[in-house]
Design a protein around this ligand. Structure first.
Ligand SMILES: Nc1ncnc2c1ncn2[C@@H]1O[C@H](COP(=O)(O)OP(=O)(O)O)[C@@H](O)[C@H]1O
Ligand SMILES: [Mg+2]
Length: 402
């Protein structure tokens, strides 16, 4: 199997002169403040490990000062780690000489900064082509890749403009175009949208989601905003004082915050937009098949204290719902096996990836719980009303945010 695009192990960075002593104290479990008090050095990042798979949008989230920028700079060795390793496609960055490292930065991992340096006297197109020019690409290739990237971010008409003729949001898109034109494996984005006003920020998030889906880019995205993290991240690494407090998908973090610190953050998140039908999915308590005996199913319903059951066809698709009253009538009328006449359409279905906000009105409306189906209509599981209530009411203990 191919190695992950990025593998980070035990990554640690101390700023200051008493590095070894700070590392020793960190190893003993002392926190950043205490270490700073004793050594004057800052433990910016401590013992962070994770892998990022190809095509993943990996978010690093934490408050200001939590070590995000330090971490992202360690990822392409803009700064040297005090301990730990970074591997890009299985290659340890420490093993690279300067030339090889430059190549990795140009071709494998490129950085989109919050205030990335657009060249003020160059056109938008030249700015977009910048990484290619550095790489020594020919003029034709530069132009072709830059124009493709500008078109992708919706800025091709402004290719001949200068950066100062553009709005902040447009300049940010030029930065994104530059990273896309470079066509590197991994994009490192350090709070790229933080300085944008909310509407433009929303647009940029949409654009990034679209690009990531279309181009299957591997992205490491830094933010201090948990809603942004939840919106964009396949997985989220939560940092606090340089250490990992939790690593998981948005729904995992929301449903099981690792500690009060994370719980406090997640209490602000709109859970109905983060949790999906798939997250709330339960095994159905019972299902029936076409052809099952009406009497058997009726007895099973009685035992389960249910009034209806999903009836599946031979492929596991929902054929309909058998209700207890109709099964009883079928028996009275001498029909012993469940057939089309015993079925009613008293149910609703939803796809596993849909957020709660889109199906909450369908829950508890029918004799059977909401069915979660795949694209073929096969029943994957159900979302009973209790599952929705649990998920939405599981508001973690609120502490005061530090
Ligand atoms: N070059 C540096 N020298 C000394 N301390 C630094 C340096 N860069 C960052 N720090 C410190 O490391 C900690 C983490 O900073 P940073 O990585 O910038 O956090 P974030 O990006 O999450 O705001 C902070 O305490 C910060 O003051
Ligand atoms: Mg930062």
């Amino acid at each position: 199997m191919a190695p992950p695009v990025l593998r980070v192990s035990g990554l640690t960075k101390v700023f200051g002169t008493r590095e070894q002593e700070a590392l020793r104290l960190a190893g003993e479990g002392l926190g950043r403040d205490e270490i700073h008090r004793r050594t004057g050095s800052t433990l910016a990042v401590h013992d962070v490990s994770f892998t990022v798979e190809r095509g993943e949008l990996f978010v690093v989230m934490g408050l200001s000062g939590s070590g995000k920028s330090t971490l992202v700079r360690l990822l392409n060795r803009l700064i040297e780690p005090s301990a730990g390793t970074v591997e890009v496609e299985g290659r340890d960055l420490r093993a690279l000489d300067d030339a090889a490292l430059r190549t990795v930065r140009n071709e494998k991992i490129s950085m989109v900064f919050q205030h990335f340096a657009l060249l003020p006297h160059r056109t938008v197109r030249e700015n977009a082509a910048y990484a290619l020019k550095v790489r020594g690409a020919g003029a034709a290739e530069q132009r072709e890749r830059a124009d493709w990237a500008l078109e992708t971010v919706g800025l091709l008409e402004r290719a001949d403009a200068r950066p100062d003729e553009l709005s902040g949001g447009m300049r940010q898109r030029v930065g994104l175009a530059r990273a896309l034109a470079a066509d590197s494996e991994v994009l490192l984005m350090d709070e790229p949208f933080s300085a944008l006003d909310p509407l433009i920020r929303r647009d940029m998030q949409d654009l990034l989601e679209r690009l990531q889906a279309e181009l299957t880019k591997t992205i490491v995205f830094i933010t201090h905003d948990l809603n942004e993290a939840m919106r964009l991240g396949d997985r989220i690494l939560m940092l606090k004082d340089g250490r990992t407090v939790q690593l998981g998908t948005g729904p995992e973090i929301i449903s099981a915050p690792a500690d009060d610190y994370v719980a406090d953050f997640t209490s602000d998140v709109d859970r109905t937009r983060v949790l999906t039908a798939g997250d709330l999915l339960r095994e159905p308590r019972m299902t029936a098949r076409l052809g099952d005996g009406c009497g058997d199913v009726l007895r099973a319903l009685g035992a389960a204290e249910a009034n209806g059951v999903h009836v599946l066809d031979g492929d596991g698709r929902i054929a309909g719902v058998a209700r207890d009253d109709l099964l009883a009538r079928a028996l009275q009328e001498g029909r012993t096996a469940i057939g089309p006449r015993e079925l009613v359409a008293d149910h609703a279905t939803i796809a596993a990836d849909r957020p709660v906000v889109e199906f909450v009105h369908l829950v508890g409306r029918h004799v059977v719980p909401l069915g979660v189906v795949d694209t073929e209509g096969r029943l994957l599981g159900v979302v009973p009303r209790a599952a929705v209530l649990d998920a939405l009411s599981a508001v973690p203990v609120r502490g005061r945010r530090p």
